[in-house]
Write a protein that binds this ligand. Structure first.
Ligand code: PGA
Length: 252
């Protein structure tokens, strides 16, 4: 079974309400058929309700974070059940910015993955190495450990409901993309880890995206690689035209 491409925009902390709505109106009817490519926008939590209400047939909305607890005294936090009750279908988990600035750890990533899957929200699990790790030559080992920890206690049936995004930290927001070969090689390594954990079937079906300075110019060469099943895109997902170019590239 071929893996359906997934292009997820990660808006981070950009846009105001009017910008967010204008974006949705501009892309909604233009987004390609969902049977061919999964097009997702991961927006700031405060926009989710408005965006889900207006999402067209082929667009889906995701969150950028959630708490791992089902509910509780966690002031300021948002649960998976809350997201689900608003029709949110995806959630980014363990983005390197959350790991670096908001104390996200491999342990909390794992707990969040378990909760997201339980609520039928697709977690987009981010892993990726620093420049230091890449230069030391220990990328594969580092990323492998992140993947193993993220999937702790997850059954193979539930593992199939997840997506991984390989995002080298040195490539995020820097304009410095991994080469398609570099990205593909690391992603093949990740697929091998999934194979070790869950066997051939899961490994051949689980989607692994690349993220880090993906733009309208480099997207096609990245997506042409054997193991890259889509992209998690920050900066280039903010503009409707650029976003549409990215999702259409996945059709080729
Ligand atoms: P970028 O961000 O495309 O702006 O590099 C990617 C990401 O952080 O997911």
């Amino acid at each position: 079974m071929a893996r359906k491409p997934l292009i997820a925009g990660n808006w981070k902390m950009y846009k105001t309400k009017d910008d967010a709505l204008a974006f949705i109106y501009a892309v909604n009817v233009e987004v390609p058929d969902r049977d061919l490519v999964e097009s997702v926008i991961c927006a700031p939590a405060i926009f989710l309700r408005d965006l889900v209400k207006r999402e067209g047939e082929n667009l889906r909305i995701g969150a950028q974070n959630m708490h791992y607890a089902e509910e509780g005294a966690f002031t300021g936090e948002i649960s998976a059940a809350m997201l689900k009750s608003y029709g949110v279908d995806y959630v980014v988990i363990g983005h390197s910015e959350r790991r670096a600035y908001f104390n996200e750890t491999d342990e909390t990533v794992n707990l969040k993955v378990l909760t997201a899957v339980k609520e039928s929200i697709t977690p987009i699990i981010c892993v990726g190495e620093s420049l230091e790790t890449r230069e030391e030559g220990t990328t594969d080992r580092f990323v492998k450990a992140q993947v193993i920890k993220a999937y702790r206690n997850l059954s193979s049936e539930d593992a199939l409901k997840t997506v991984i995004a390989y995002e080298p930290i040195w490539a995020i927001g820097t304009g410095r993309t991994a080469t398609p070969e570099q990205a593909n090689e690391t992603i093949q390594g990740i697929r091998l880890v999934i194979q070790e954990l869950y066997g051939d079937d899961v490994a051949s079906q689980l989607r692994i995206l690349y993220g880090g300075s993906v733009n309208t110019k480099n997207v096609e060469s990245l997506l042409s690689m054997s193991d890259i099943d889509g992209a998690l895109v920050g900066g280039a997902s903010l503009d409707p035209k650029s976003y549409l170019t990215l999702v259409r590239a996945a059709l080729k």
